[in-house]
Design a protein around this ligand. Structure first.
Ligand SMILES: [Zn+2]
Length: 309
């Protein structure tokens, strides 16, 4: 009864306007549905709300309606590999700060020790900043923590913050995490201590910036030496995601049995899954399934040849 009353109250006081940027404060379970309550007293059913959290409404609409990019409020996995921003056909101007969220703070005042580039067989998706274990690390814009946990994928202790401009920042290899999932943070708030957890040799902050899951070069956004943003806005266009192109033409030899022009194939080995193949080859399970005319639940046979591209 209380739930019904609460829902009624919410209906009375809420509006369906999503033009404001807002953040979640609470969730209510009502029968089959889960409802998210936002700080500005609006509410949404969780499926809708998941994808609209913390985005400039017009950018969000352009991304999801024109480009069909997908996004959800995933507090369990750091990854969103489904969107290919190399396929962008226009430029989206992203205001990095605005009157409601005007601040930028450097995550850590240290020397940049490695940049966003191809590093051996792997692409290095972020900027490394030198830290001494225990140094404090700060959120660089206002936002809400999407992920705060150990990640076995190499990041070690990882904090991901979704910002109101739609960009997510990743802070990896932390010695200690000092924030919780869904916690609201302001630019400059301490989110953890630097360290060397995960795939790391020596204490450093591995810092990434991602938009709809696609990593861009933090040094195209931040002037680390002068501790400031290069500009108040960022022109998001496909050239920022060039690394995906080099991936296409430099497949690791052990991953691809044959490479016929633009088409790439993989010979199934023990332990392979469609999900892992998609992840490794920077593609999606759906793309692989479509290329091979198979369903995502198909059981892969060892030795079978699967087209990746
Ligand atoms: Zn790194």
């Amino acid at each position: 009864m209380f739930k019904v009353y609460l829902l009624f109250l919410l209906l009375l006081t809420s509006s369906f306007s999503f033009s404001q940027i807002t953040y979640p404060t609470d969730t209510i379970v009502s029968g089959q549905d889960t409802i998210v309550i936002f700080a500005n007293k609006t509410w949404e059913f969780i499926e809708k709300a998941n994808s609209k959290m913390l985005f400039n409404a017009s950018i969000y609409a352009h991304a999801t309606e024109n480009y069909k990019w997908t996004d959800k409020w995933d507090t369990v996995s750091p990854y969103n590999n489904g969107n290919d921003l190399l396929a962008m056909t226009d430029t989206i101007c992203i205001p990095l700060t605005d009157s409601m969220h005007p601040d930028f703070v450097l995550p850590h005042n240290g020397i940049v020790t490695s940049t966003y580039k191809q590093r051996g067989k792997r692409f290095h998706y972020g900027t490394d900043v030198d830290v001494i274990t225990g140094d404090t690390l700060k959120s660089c814009f206002d936002g809400v923590v999407r992920y705060a946990d150990y990640s076995s994928g190499g990041y070690g202790n990882l904090v991901i913050i979704r910002h109101y401009n739609g960009i997510e920042t990743y802070y990896a290899h932390l010695n200690k995490i000092l924030v919780k999932t869904n916690q609201e943070v302001n630019a400059g708030d301490i989110i953890g201590h630097g360290g060397t957890t995960g795939r790391s040799t020596g204490s450093h902050l591995h810092f990434e910036m991602r938009f709809f899951g696609n990593a861009l070069d933090p040094e195209k956004v931040i002037d680390f030496a002068n501790k400031k943003l290069i500009s108040d806005s960022l022109d998001m266009h496909k050239e920022l995601f060039h690394y995906k192109r080099s991936y296409q033409y430099r497949p690791a030899a052990n991953q691809l049995a044959t490479n016929n022009g633009d088409k790439s194939y993989h010979r199934i080995r023990s332990g392979d899954s469609l999900y892992a193949l998609a992840l490794r080859n920077k593609t999606t399970v759906k793309t692989i399934c479509d290329l091979n005319g198979i369903s995502s639940t198909k059981i892969l046979k060892i030795g079978q040849r699967i087209r990746i591209r």
